[in-house]
Ligand binder design. Structure first.
Ligand SMILES: C[S@@+](CC[C@H](N)C(=O)[O-])C[C@H]1O[C@@H](n2cnc3c(N)ncnc32)[C@H](O)[C@@H]1O
Length: 272
């Protein structure tokens, strides 16, 4: 049987990743205990589970799928290959929404909710809001519902394409979305973590702007006067998305950059 130290040396993975995998197979132990007790022996089951996970990690599977969780806005969200792994850039969308809409009673919808990261975070950060979330993937929606329940977030989930499952007369203070925006033939689809993520979460199978076009065009009819549309997009799509928002008749169009200084979130308001 391997000790913790022997298990850690068994693979050329970064120590932090190895320890996270060990912690996952030894749920009673904290990260600090794994460091403090290198001589502790693993059970046969824990050893086999760890070695299996380490092999998968070496083959490129994302850490988040292997341990089944990723932190977003300070909370843990369960993830599986049915959902996109929430990205830190998307936290800018949360900040923009809370800043522009405020925390008083408001109605919001998250289009393409995936793990539910945006919808559940908004519901928890602004408990006076009424939050809905939509996804075309039933598997993603099940994961989002489980996350919202585990976190105690009040979110109403709707299955369908963008605006289609929403009530005809529903009007929103905020429409938020991080839609698929990668062009169908982008080389990034074959690299790194995204190789393991659901293709329908990543690409519109077109020029990268197809979903953003549909969401922008449908927003004015769904927004209250003074309501906001906020979307995440690719670093090179800022100008195109600003054009889509202006063409839809929205005003105060603005692109927010991420921490790397890249265009990431574009927001606009329906005239009051
Ligand atoms: C980039 S992921 C975003 C997931 C999550 N909101 C986040 O930021 O981590 C896009 C999501 O849109 C969903 N989606 C794709 N096409 C859709 C459509 N036509 N209508 C609704 N959701 C769609 C995918 O299933 C996926 O969950």
């Amino acid at each position: 049987m391997l000790t913790i130290e022997q298990a850690l040396r068994r693979h050329p993975l970064p120590r932090l990743e190895s320890r996270m995998l060990l912690q996952h197979v030894l749920p009673g132990l904290s990260h600090a205990q794994i460091i403090a007790y290198p001589e502790r022996e693993l059970s046969a089951e824990a050893e086999a589970a760890f070695l299996g996970l380490a092999e998968r990690r070496l083959a490129g599977e994302p850490m988040a799928y292997l341990i089944g969780v990723r932190e977003f806005y300070g909370r843990d969200f369960r993830v599986s290959p049915a959902v996109l792994i929430p990205r830190p850039e998307t936290e800018h969308l949360i900040d923009a929404a809370l800043q522009r809409v405020g925390r008083a009673a408001a109605r919001a919808v998250d289009l393409g909710t995936g793990s539910g990261a945006i919808a559940a975070t908004l519901a928890l950060e602004a408990p006076a809001w009424t939050v809905e979330a939509v996804d075309l993937s039933a598997d993603a929606l099940a994961m989002a519902e489980a996350n919202a329940a585990a976190l105690g977030a009040a979110v109403a989930f709707r299955h369908g394409s963008w605006y289609a499952p929403l009530a005809d007369d529903a009007r929103y203070d905020l429409i938020a979305s991080n839609p698929p925006y990668i062009q169908h033939d982008d080389a990034h689809l074959g690299q790194g973590d995204v190789r393991f993520e659901p293709r329908m979460a990543l690409t519109d199978e077109a020029d990268g702007l197809a979903c953003l076009r549909e969401i922008a065009a449908g927003a004015p009819a769904r927004l209250k006067a003074g309501g906001w549309l906020m979307v995440e997009h690719g670093y090179d799509q800022g100008a195109a998305v600003r054009e889509l928002f202006s063409a839809a008749g929205l005003s105060r169009v603005e692109t927010i950059r991420d921490l790397a200084g890249l265009d990431r979130i574009t927001i606009a308001q329906k005239e009051a």
